[in-house]
Design a protein around this ligand. Structure first.
Ligand code: GTP
Length: 529
């Protein structure tokens, strides 16, 4: 549509306006560039939105994972707090291990995340636990959590590193508290173990794509569990990886994009340090997977817009070419018209001109005589005619040949042509060796003067003519002039009268100018019968 209107505009403005072609080119380029810029901007915006949405998604996921870790540990720790209080308030001899055993078995059955609950004495010996059969000849003094509480008077919960259960072989996460004797001395450890499978099952529920990741770690950089799952992850030191080394020290909660030090995949990571426990959780989505759909859309849209730009550009190019061709065609047309006009003028001139002498021909003479006669009649002005005839021209041809005769006529024609002084004067070849001069506005005297000048000028050419009595080429002329009156005279009357005067000049010896015998100089208007 737009291109059509441009084509119409180019027609309206015409081919001589080259700016139409330039404007069309600029328009096509601008439209193509605009399409590309808008497409590029939209694509970039879609990418930004996609990444922003994924940041919200990972932040929500990290929040959910953090809440789950907190709830799981909190439930286990609540059991420990109750146990410690109970044990510390009783003297060891008062503790009813049988009843406590039943209680612990019941607790583990109630809380699905718990693998077991254990109470160890100050030497690491098993006092009571949640195992179905109460074994007492075991010792856990070698475990990390036991040594920790032995060495630390801190009464808060301690989260250890995942270990394989001595009783079941399952991977478990130990959460423990210290038991103090009334004097504050170390009196043992209470421990709950959380099944690592409990975390794994929970993390498995989330759709995080093929390369997403979920992490639970101690805040000292000890990994507890990670999806994708691998047993090597349990207890691994990741304190030197970007999350712990670069990002956690800056902010306890944030969303950052970085390349994993473990698998080299760039992910959008949301992490948070839990306030209540020394834990860090992180949820991450692969940037490649986040942008996969966007990338497919971008390729499709890019290809569509690219095709559109190519199609539009080609149409524009065709249009510009058409405008160019049109400009060229019209310029050629104008050129052809100009040369045709020039040719017509030449033809017109040739049609009104005598080929030999260059004077007006008989046709133009007749036309001019008629129009000047009418004008003189309207203006009541005089119109004069001189008829000129070369003397003894037959002899000239006979003596010097026809070609020389032509040359002679050409020389005489030039003199006759030069006799015109006013714009309306017309010198014509009347026929053969006879010429005529039409003088609008001239009276008999004026015409006689012009005729005499012509005669004298031709004689002054001194063209040899041995067949003429003077020995030179001479002419005779007859003159008539009158102011034509309506219904009383016609153009031919002027010719007849001038011709009669010429006849008189011939018969009175040639090389003369005679006035029409019909002309009465006292009355310019002569009525011819
Ligand atoms: N070379 C040449 N001769 C022409 C041309 N037109 C007419 N003539 C010749 O002019 C001559 C005119 O001869 P005439 O009419 O007998 O008159 P004249 O010989 O001039 O004798 P006067 O008029 O009585 O002096 C003829 O021989 C024509 O052939 C022309 O274009 N070229």
């Amino acid at each position: 549509m737009i291109l059509q209107s441009l084509l119409m505009q180019s027609r309206r403005l015409g081919p001589k306006d080259p700016s139409v072609k330039r404007l069309t080119g600029i328009f096509v380029v601008l439209v193509c560039l605009s399409l590309l810029v808008v497409e590029g901007w939209l694509t970039w915006r879609a990418r930004t939105i996609q990444l922003a949405q994924s940041e919200v998604a990972t932040a929500n996921l990290a929040q959910a994972v953090g809440q789950h870790a907190y709830d799981t540990i909190k439930a286990a720790d609540t059991v420990l707090v109750g146990l410690v209080e109970r044990i510390e308030s009783d003297t060891p001899s008062d503790i009813d291990y049988e009843r406590t055993h039943q209680l612990l078995v019941q607790r583990v059955a109630e809380l699905p995340q718990l693998h077991g609950i254990f109470v160890y004495g100050a030497d690491g010996s098993w006092l009571v636990n949640s195992q179905p059969v109460l074994l007492k000849n075991q010792n856990n003094a070698d475990r990390e959590y036991f040594k920790f509480h032995q060495a630390h008077p801190d009464l808060g919960p301690h989260i250890g590193v995942p270990v394989r259960s001595k009783s079941t072989g399952e991977w478990i996460l130990p959460v423990s508290r210290r038991i103090n004797a009334p004097d504050g001395a170390f009196a043992g450890v209470v421990l709950t173990t959380i099944r690592m499978d409990y975390f794994i099952e929970f993390y498995r529920r989330f759709d995080i794509g093929k390369s997403g990741a979920i992490l639970l770690a101690l805040d000292n950089g000890t990994m507890l569990v990670r999806r994708p799952f691998t047993q090597k992850a349990f207890g691994r030191d990741i304190s030197k990886l970007p999350l712990f080394r670069d990002h956690l020290p800056k902010a306890p909660v944030a969303t950052v994009t970085f390349t994993s030090g473990q698998d080299g995949i760039t992910r959008v990571n949301s992490y948070r340090r839990l306030k209540q426990y020394p834990l860090v959780v992180s949820a991450a989505l692969s940037k490649d997977e986040i942008l996969a759909k966007w990338r497919a859309d971008a390729y499709l849209n890019g290809a569509t817009v690219g095709l559109l730009v190519i199609a539009f550009g080609l149409s524009g190019f065709r249009l510009i070419k058409q405008i160019g061709l049109r400009i060229q065609a019209e310029a050629e047309l104008v050129k052809a018209r100009d040369s045709l006009e020039a040719l017509n003028q030449t033809l017109e001139r040739l049609a009104m001109q005598d080929g030999l002498t260059g004077l007006a021909n008989r046709r133009q003479f007749d036309t001019s005589l008629s129009s000047e006669f009418s004008r003189a009649m309207r203006d009541a002005s005089s119109l004069a005619l001189i008829m000129i005839d070369v003397d003894c021209f037959k002899q000239y041809n006979d003596i010097y040949g026809h070609a020389a005769g032509d040359e002679c006529l050409r020389a005489i024609g030039k003199v006759v042509s030069d006799s015109k002084h006013r714009p309306g004067d017309l010198a014509a070849r009347y026929g053969g060796e006879e010429m005529a001069v039409l003088l609008p506005g001239a009276d008999v005297d004026g015409a006689m003067r012009v005729a005499e000048n012509i005669r004298a000028a031709i004689a002054a050419l001194k063209l040899e003519h041995t067949g003429n009595s003077t020995g030179l080429v001479t002419v005779s002329a007859g003159v008539e002039a009158f102011a034509p009156a309506r219904l009383r005279s016609e153009p031919i009357d002027l010719v007849i009268a001038a011709d009669k005067a010429l006849y008189q000049a011939k018969h009175s010896g040639r090389n003369k100018v005679c006035i029409s015998p019909l002309n009465d100089t006292s009355t310019p208007e002569i009525v011819l019968a």
